[in-house]
Design a protein around this ligand. Structure first.
Ligand code: 4NP
Length: 152
């Protein structure tokens, strides 16, 4: 059985598509399935934000085949680990979780990098290219730690 990991942010067009693309690039896709979703509904069916596409492309990662989708309660059954980008995402998912087992799947992604510090991946939606670059670097470092941990 493959291990299934879900990346979650608010819109599923800026941060979580990057997290999905970056982690996928570091793991064996024969053993892992990585997807992403948003807590909001506004960008369902859309391609990722052009600034996320651009920064991913700069580092050799193609996220243009991804399409926005909204997180649903069923995802708690489907996925083994659910990484959220910020504390608001975490609160929203905790409210939707039907039981403790589901709640325990929810992890703040940057706690893999900065243990127990509850650092958030800042929402770059109203930001600039350099905010997207910053988000990319944070997710790249966190994904390196995650890949090392779960591949061993
Ligand atoms: P994301 O960024 O959660 O990283 O995808 C956002 C994208 C869209 C919106 C907010 C954040 N929005 O309000 O539409």
């Amino acid at each position: 059985m493959k291990t299934k990991i879900l990346m979650v942010c608010l819109g599923n067009i800026c941060r979580s598509p990057l997290a999905e693309g970056i982690l996928k690039s570091k793991l064996d896709t024969n053993r892992f399935i990585i997807e992403s979703a948003g807590t909001g509904h506004w960008h369902v069916g859309e391609i990722p934000d052009k600034r996320s596409i651009k920064v991913a492309q700069k580092y050799g990662i193609d996220i243009t085949t991804q399409r926005g989708r909204q997180f649903t309660e069923k995802d708690f059954n489907e996925f083994d680990i659910i990484y959220v980008m910020d504390i608001e995402n975490k609160k929203n998912l905790l409210k939707m979780a039907p039981n403790d087992q589901s709640q325990n799947k929810i992890k703040l992604i940057l706690n893999e990098l900065f243990e127990n510090e509850n650092v958030e991946v800042p929402d770059p939606y109203y930001g600039t290219d350099s905010d997207f670059e910053h988000v990319y670097k944070l997710l790249d470092e966190a994904s390196t730690v995650i890949a090392k941990k779960i591949s061993s």
